[in-house]
Design a protein around this ligand. Structure first.
Ligand SMILES: [Zn+2]
Length: 435
């Protein structure tokens, strides 16, 4: 399979410039060349994408595909039939794919592993998935949840209460084939217990260090959920690769992150949605919902300060929306994060890099993902509008007219589909990150 896509403009994921009219040459699963229209010779069929702009398929570095913003999602493990949550995960991942996301880093949930494996066999068409499986959490910690009292005897397999237990749990996760290890350094907005304290440290530095040690030996990365200052500091000291959320990041830890090369995934979309759509869940009183909304407003103001520290210190900021991770956080809306990053002070192009080349660096696949350059995997989206001038055109995939995964069409606009037979349409015939 070989074809060219003629586009009005091209964002390559690394350069600060929007390039003018280009032909993007695609051969099998890869980008063969990027050329000016006059420079292409030979018999290659060229699809004219008219006014559309090509850019790398987007990468979201923090999602939970097992859930889709349901207000009763914590009850699902008790009410789901076997397999139900995995089918839900497929559906959620496909919503992200349609909206322009060709790679997802799943930060908690065993379903993502099953979906990834199924996709790698060509059974399911979803974005490329890097999965953490169960997050490692202290007893009663942030991810020791979703198992109500009666079922608690089952014990969450990700629970670990000492460095040795962390090593055992991390090794078990590696045995199951996780792509990264997720740790929980602090509490969370929706963690264990009815009224969790998101800032409280829950894992010790030694426990976090043990996770990093085991992951390093296996050549894997470590992401750490860390909201409060002490937990963020412990995780950064332990050498994790990314701080997830980082709501109460301080100036000096931001400098330490910049020095160490620790990535920051601020998941700004969560607090934005919490303030605009509020909260809900089984047994929640009106008073508690309003308390949470007010808290989200305050924490969001503090997160903008964290972003300022991180931008000034030169921390690598990467896009992760946390879709699925809380009520009213719906798949298909991952690009909310990009608009939020721009609101917090990134330029449009910086926000785009945060979801392309820089995100590829965090997931350790910057040799093949996140760029429209020769030799990279042909994950391409075609956009009606210029995201480098107005990031909101990516919102909800509303202006995404084409999604190409590994050179094959997942979806294309009606005009391009008239050239049927040139682009191979696929059902699971792409190279997977896990390969
Ligand atoms: Zn999350």
């Amino acid at each position: 399979m070989e074809y060219g896509l003629k586009v009005k403009g091209l964002i390559d994921g690394v350069s600060d410039e929007l390039r003018g009219e280009r032909i993007l040459g695609i051969r099998d699963n890869e980008i063969a060349f990027v050329a000016r229209p006059g420079e292409v010779s030979g018999e290659m069929p060229i699809l004219d994408a008219g006014n559309l702009i090509a850019m790398p398929g987007l990468i979201d570095c923090h999602v939970h595909i097992r859930t889709n913003g349901e207000t009763d999602r914590r009850l699902q493990p008790l009410t789901d039939l076997p397999g139900e949550s995995t089918l839900r995960a497929v559906n959620n991942a496909q919503a992200d794919l349609r909206s322009g996301y060709t790679t997802l880093r799943d930060c908690g949930g065993m379903e993502a592993l099953a979906v990834r494996n199924s996709a790698s066999r060509g059974e399911t068409l979803v974005p490329r998935i890097l999965a953490a499986g169960d997050g490692i959490s202290a007893t009663a910690g942030h991810m020791d949840q979703d198992r109500y009292v009666g079922a608690r005897v089952l014990s969450n397999p990700g629970v670990a209460d000492s460095p040795d237990e962390v090593r055992r749990v991390a090794r078990n996760l590696l045995k199951l084939g996780v792509d990264l290890i997720k740790t929980n350094a602090t509490g969370g907005t929706f963690g264990n217990g009815h009224r969790p304290n998101p800032g409280a440290q829950q894992s010790t530095e030694d426990e976090l260090r043990a996770a990093v040690e085991v992951a390093r030996m296996a050549g894997k990365r470590v992401a750490s959920h860390a909201m409060g200052e002490a937990g963020i500091r412990a995780a950064v000291n332990a050498g994790v690769d990314s701080i997830e959320h980082g709501f109460w990041l301080t100036e000096d830890v931001a400098h330490q992150m910049a020095e160490q090369g620790t990535f920051f995934v601020p998941t700004m979309a969560t607090l934005y949605r919490n303030t605009t759509r509020g909260f809900d869940g089984p047994g929640m009183t009106e008073e508690w919902k309003e308390h949470l909304r007010q808290r989200a407003i305050r924490v969001r103001a503090r997160l903008f300060e964290s972003l300022r520290f991180a931008i000034d210190a030169g921390v690598k900021i990467v896009a992760g929306s946390d879709m699925g991770g809380g009520p009213f956080l719906y798949h298909g809306e991952c690009a909310t994060e990009l608009s939020q990053l721009v609101e917090a002070g990134l330029t449009e192009m910086e926000a785009i890099k945060a979801a392309t080349s820089l995100a590829a660096e965090l997931v350790d696949r910057d040799d093949v993902l996140g760029r429209l350059q020769e030799g990279y995997w042909a994950d391409v989206i075609l956009v009606d509008g210029d995201p480098s001038k107005d990031i909101s055109v990516l919102q909800d995939g509303k202006s995404v007219r084409g999604v190409i995964l590994g050179g094959a069409a997942v979806s294309l606009s009606r005009e391009l589909l008239q050239a049927e037979g040139v682009v191979e349409s696929i059902w699971g015939r792409v190279p997977w990150v896990a390969d």
